[in-house]
Write a new protein. Structure first.
Length: 324
């Protein structure tokens, strides 16, 4: 697409910089302005100045998903510009009160993680670690809640279509420009990394987790069938061939599922936590939730394929292979 500038915004997170996209076709649109830090704000404002704009000129902010490295600055920008904030409808409550959403997730995942084998001494680290990230975000009131197929008209020749792509987050959306065969893919598709299908609460519930990896793989198949080629991902470089990149990501997850199945074949029934320690033996405690999300996601895929079954033993969930 013409008139798109990629601004690599610094973050305090391991992932590194996040891509904010400034679309100058029509009135100024920003996609994913970055976290609420001084460094991020300085990078954004300096880059906009280099393009001949200021934050006061922003007409709309599009949020691909409600993770703080992507939306943290949105409310500050709106306060300076009166920009319209757009996000998927499942993100509305999360963005309006991120702290309350986090507390709901804590209440659910503390006993859930214990039930799948996470040791008691690790639980507090796992469920309280994200509290330290609260300072990188502010609540955001969404002005336009997007649903599947909603269109955002930038000018007479440019329309972005919202495509719901749950998996990495339930409220993930990609924004497709069909005329130019391109898409802003957030963290759904990235050039050289695969997003973690993080465990979270099913939208609108307090007692039901997402099946994030099966959702993610289904959404990958969906975007691969769209007539788009170039991807503007949330991190790293531009994606030259979305369908090819989707094939690579699916192959990666197929290989990981086979490895998880192989561990069960070699070691017998075990909890997801034990599987995680075998698959990721050097994983630091701070990455336990991400590791558990990955393992449980692959167990969900294997369960859906009737390759494994869950068995409750001694108040813990274990998984075992189903005999062929």
């Amino acid at each position: 697409m013409n008139d798109v500038e990629r601004i690599a915004i610094p973050t305090p997170f391991q992932i590194g910089r996040v891509n904010c996209y400034a679309i100058t076709r029509g009135s100024l649109t920003l996609i994913d302005p970055g976290p609420l830090t001084d460094d991020a704000y300085t990078e954004l404002t300096d880059s906009l100045e280099g393009l001949g704009y200021a934050t006061e000129d922003v007409d709309r902010v599009l949020i691909t998903h409600p993770h703080i490295d992507h939306f943290g600055l949105a409310d500050r920008i709106r306060n300076e510009s009166e920009a319209t904030i757009c996000a998927h409808r499942d993100a509305v409550d999360v963005l309006a009160d991120p702290t309350a959403n986090f507390e709901r997730e804590q209440a659910f995942f503390r006993p859930y993680l214990a039930s799948v084998g996470v040791p008691e001494q690790l639980l507090e680290t796992v469920v309280t670690l994200p509290e330290s990230y609260n300072r990188f975000r502010e609540p955001v009131a969404v002005d336009r809640a997007l649903a599947e197929g909603d269109e955002i008209v930038l000018d007479e020749t440019t329309t972005l279509e919202a495509i719901h792509t749950p998996g990495h987050a339930p409220a993930s959306v990609c924004f497709l420009d069909r005329e130019r065969q391109s898409a802003f893919t957030g963290d759904h598709v990235m050039a050289d990394i695969s997003p973690n299908p993080l465990l979270t609460l099913e939208p609108g519930t307090t007692d039901q987790r997402t099946r994030s990896l099966p959702d993610y793989l289904a959404a990958l198949e969906r975007i691969a069938t769209e007539d788009v080629t170039t991807g503007y991902g949330g991190h790293r470089d531009i994606i030259p061939d979305i369908p090819n990149r989707v094939e690579e990501i699916v192959a990666h997850h197929d290989e990981r599922s086979d490895r998880v199945s192989g561990l069960l074949a070699d070691h017998g029934p075990m909890t997801p936590y034990k599987l995680m320690t075998l698959e990721f033996p050097d994983l630091p405690a701070t990455e336990t939730f991400a590791g558990m999300s990955e393992i449980i996601g692959h167990l969900d895929v294997l369960e859906d394929a009737s390759r494994v079954e869950k068995v409750e033993r001694d108040e813990q969930s274990t998984y075992e292979l189903i005999d062929a």
